[in-house]
Design a protein around this ligand. Structure first.
Ligand code: SAH
Length: 370
């Protein structure tokens, strides 16, 4: 007899064995029934309240450079995309964003960029992190802003330098844990092994480590997504950021379109992945990502309902937002940082959740793992 959705939800929370867990996750991720989906998100919401409480944590996002030396086949700012006007924010502009972030009560900042490994870049990031930490100390934030980095694969030494400068969380998406799919997404010079090694180094040197996958990529199956969730658990990942794959017109993968995934399916499965991650991983931080909102104006609110507890208001200056287009239809590119502040708190309160101000909002999972 087929598993009911209630049985599947219960099984993910307390699996009797690995085969049953895989079957339960597959069952949940495969549903398109509206009532079943409601049962799933309600269970994930309960799981969130029990394990993390009802606070939503902010991370002000500064996309500080779109210069990139890599050529991921899906990404709009890949090196080979000549249609992109390249920029790097100045040290002062990033510090200005950090001061706004602290003054807005966001508590934490995320610095994200294309990937470079040259000494100039590493020195620049290190100095920016050090100055952000120094300049944002106040009575309200005695240790300054929490700093998360998202600047790709780097050497152990570089990761250690960034940590010593004051960054304490790092995001590096695995994109997929399926070796064959990974190869379809990246040139040969970028391997899954290297990505895994970097995640291990990040964990070893002491970061709170975040990862995630794109959902609804051509060639991706529900079984692969189940594998991704089990990887998050087995690796001891502290933070999750994942969202639907959205094609960009000027990259190699544009030719494949959405493959076998309709846009609605990618969106729904993205939300169900958030819910499954919450049910399975319990006390990790999970972001309601912008890519969800790209496919539905209320995508981030739905993400919160499905168990997410982190939101990343954009602090990138409006004049640069249009140059940081990872995919088509990225929302909020015409807005300013003030707009995002007002809009997001309304969205969070609208789904009955609390906004946490002036807190780092670290992953409870990280502290219980120590
Ligand atoms: N260079 C940094 C930041 C990459 S951009 C790094 O490698 O970590 C952040 C994330 O955007 C990527 O990890 C990827 O998962 C996501 N992304 C890129 N292109 C996308 C697309 N077309 N659709 C959806 N997400 C995309």
């Amino acid at each position: 007899m087929a598993m009911t959705i209630t049985d599947a939800i219960d099984c993910v929370g307390a699996p009797p064995d690995e085969a049953a867990l895989r079957a339960a996750l597959t069952r949940i991720l495969s549903t398109s029934d509206a009532d079943e989906r409601e049962s799933v998100w309600r269970a994930a919401s309960r799981g969130l309240l029990e394990n993390c409480g009802d606070k939503v944590y902010y991370r002000g996002l500064v996309e500080f450079s779109n210069r990139c030396s890599l050529n991921c086949y899906y990404c709009g700012i890949r090196a080979g995309n000549e249609g992109v006007e390249r920029y790097t924010l100045s040290h002062d502009a990033i510090l200005d964003a950090a001061r706004f972030c602290a003054a807005s009560g966001y508590g934490s900042i995320v610095l994200q960029s294309g990937e470079r490994r040259d000494a100039g870049f590493v020195d620049f990031v290190e100095a920016v992190v050090r100055d952000i930490k120094r300049e944002t100390v106040s009575d309200i934030l005695p240790q300054g802003l929490g700093v998360t980095l998202c600047v790709g694969e780097q050497s152990r030494e570089t990761y250690e330098r960034f940590l010593a400068a004051g960054a304490h969380r790092y995001l590096l998406r695995i994109e997929t844990t399926n070796a064959e799919l990974f190869v379809r997404l990246h040139p040969e010079s970028q391997g899954l092994d290297r990505r895994l090694e970097c995640l291990q180094v990040l964990q070893d040197v002491g970061y709170q480590v975040g990862t995630g996958v794109m959902i609804g990529v051509p060639g991706q199956t529900v079984e692969m997504l189940v594998g991704d969730l089990l990887f998050f658990r087995d690796f001891g990942i502290d933070m999750i950021g994942m969202g639907p794959y959205i094609p960009h017109p000027d990259v190699p993968m544009a030719a494949e379109g959405r493959g076998e995934w309709a846009s609605d399916d990618a969106y729904r499965t993205g939300l169900l992945m958030v819910a499954c991650a919450r049910l399975l991983l319990k006390d990790v931080n999970i972001a309601a990502t912008t890519a969800l909102q790209a496919l539905d104006p209320e995508g981030r609110e739905r993400g919160l309902e499905h168990g997410a507890n982190v939101i990343m208001p954009t602090l990138t200056p409006t004049e640069q937002r249009g140059n940081y287009l990872l995919y088509e239809g990225k929302p909020c590119v015409d807005e300013g940082r003030e707009d995002c502040r007002v809009c997001l708190s309304a969205r969070i309160l609208g789904v009955g959740r609390m906004v946490a101000y002036n807190e780092w909002g670290d992953s409870r999972h990280f502290h219980s793992r120590q």
